[in-house]
Design a protein around this ligand. Structure first.
Ligand SMILES: Cc1cc2nc3c(=O)[nH]c(=O)nc-3n(C[C@H](O)[C@H](O)[C@H](O)COP(=O)(O)OP(=O)(O)OC[C@H]3O[C@@H](n4cnc5c(N)ncnc54)[C@H](O)[C@@H]3O)c2cc1C
Length: 433
């Protein structure tokens, strides 16, 4: 078993999230209705929705709850995709299927916060809104169009002009932007652990340090082999996203895993923090080389970024992201230090859309959230559960698409770093235009 990312240094979340429920490796054999591979949001939400429907379910996680994106991400609860708007989805999937997918996305943040409230998950959840400010006048025009499309669909969104975005965020570089009121932020590892607890309470079984090594047909279903035991299940849900390993090589080659670095400042004084995102919004802007920030329950700013090369990543990020923070929020001055730095892998698809596939009869997956998988993977879990419970896979909120590998994926993976340099250049051109 190969996990894509090398072991990340300890995240802020690993120190601040409530401990997860006790779990252990699978030992011996089990027969269940549904087996889930991967203990992130998608896998745990699938398990919760399957067991709530009265069926038996086992989650097999290679390392630990939230080992992947779920435990390492920035914590922004975002009801939108990175690029596509409802019109793009309608063009691609047709009027009815496009609108269904757009509504799933628009509703995903509210869905996630409702899940948190319903199951009493303690993860510093703040449904204070998500802002996507525009880094250039041209991007502000696009933000207005974006707003119109999501508003037409019934999403709780607003367009912010330059002054409003400044007042709302305390940031000084933006030209306008989109506000999604149902968004916000959470302690992401806390959410994963809370979902695990809720699933266990409802009757699911979760085994950690239990990598699935092979999946082979058995009877009408599948046999999933782990080092010390096996699960036989009628349906299998693969929820491994960027951490997809050699288990399904085609799945792994259908995405490009891209490393994203995360950082947390020291705790800031209240008089400073009251001027940085004063209403506690989550912010991720329109730069291709994304700027993203939000405050934590312990008064830090969590942010981060991407690097074209990994060498000396800590000191290079300190400089690059420190300078960025001071430019966006000058009130922070020179007194910023980063006390935590960590990383995780984001699954990127060639069309920047999440993909719903049937890997083999009875084996389904959603992969490729393109850095927008906190709320969406939780919501996708419900769709995956519906599929595992026997709903027609061709009539769900996520349109089923054929699994296609990326030609020369290994090379594309290497070149994705160079693509970052092009993104930065394009970002600068837009600001100058
Ligand atoms: C650094 C970073 C920052 C991000 N920031 C945000 C953000 O702010 N907002 C947002 O919306 N999204 C963000 N994302 C994306 C989001 O975290 C992911 O899309 C989301 O976690 C996907 O959830 P998942 O359950 O599908 O997969 P994951 O949470 O990645 O879980 C996959 C799990 O599968 C397990 N696994 C893999 N192979 C096997 C196997 N053979 N057997 C058993 N288990 C296996 C892995 O160990 C892992 O735990 C970010 C991602 C990263 C990495």
């Amino acid at each position: 078993m190969t996990i894509v990312s090398s072991q990340s240094p300890a995240s802020l979340w690993s120190v601040t999230a409530r401990p997860g429920p006790p779990t252990s490796p699978l030992d011996g054999d089990r027969t269940v209705d549904v087996a889930v591979i991967g203990g992130g949001y998608a896998g745990l939400s699938t398990a919760l929705h399957v067991v709530q429907a009265g069926k038996s379910v086992v989650v097999l996680e290679a390392v630990d709850i939230g080992y992947g994106g779920a435990g390492t991400n920035n914590g922004q609860v975002i009801p939108a995709l990175t690029r596509a708007n409802p019109e793009d989805l309608r063009q691609r999937f047709g009027e009815e299927r496009g609108n269904r997918l757009a509504r799933l996305i628009a509703g995903s943040a509210a869905f996630t916060f409702d899940l948190i409230r319903k199951h009493g998950i303690e993860c510093d959840a703040q449904q204070t809104g998500w802002v996507q400010p525009a880094h250039s006048p041209g991007r502000a025009v696009l933000a207005r169009r974006r707003y119109e499309q999501w508003a037409e669909l019934g999403a709780d969104v607003a367009y912010l002009d330059r002054e409003q975005v400044g007042t709302l965020t305390g940031a000084v570089i933006y030209h306008g932007g989109l506000l999604a009121r149902t968004g916000g932020h959470v302690n992401p590892l806390g959410l994963a652990r809370g979902l695990a607890e809720a699933s266990l309470r409802a009757g699911a079984e979760i085994f950690t340090k239990s990598p699935v090594l092979s999946v082979a047909p058995q009877g009408d279903g599948w046999r999933l082999q782990t080092p010390n035991g096996a699960v036989v299940a009628g349906k299998v849900v693969v929820a491994t996203d960027a951490y997809a390993d050699a288990l399904f090589p085609a799945l792994r080659r259908s995405i490009v895993p891209v490393r994203s670095y995360q950082m947390a400042t020291q705790a800031l004084a209240p008089e400073i923090l009251s001027q940085v995102l004063p209403l506690n919004h989550a912010l991720s802007d329109s730069h291709r080389d994304l700027y993203f920030f939000h405050a934590t329950a312990d008064h830090r700013i969590v942010t981060g970024g991407a690097l074209a090369l990994n060498f000396q990543w800590r000191s290079r990020l300190d400089r690059r992201i420190g300078e960025r923070l001071r430019r966006v929020f000058p009130v922070l001055g020179d007194d910023i230090r980063f006390e935590y730095q960590w990383y995780g892998d984001v699954a990127i698809t060639t069309n920047f859309l999440p993909h719903f596939h049937q890997v083999a009869p009875g084996i389904i997956t959603v992969i490729g959230y393109n850095g927008r998988g906190l709320a969406l993977a939780a919501a996708a879990g419900r769709v995956l559960a519906q599929a595992a419970l026997g709903h027609d896979v061709n009539d769900l909120d996520l349109p089923l698409t054929p699994l296609a590998t990326i030609p020369l994926q290994g090379l594309v993976r290497r070149f994705s770093r160079i693509e970052l340099l092009r993104y930065r250049w394009l970002d600068r051109q837009e600001v100058r235009a």
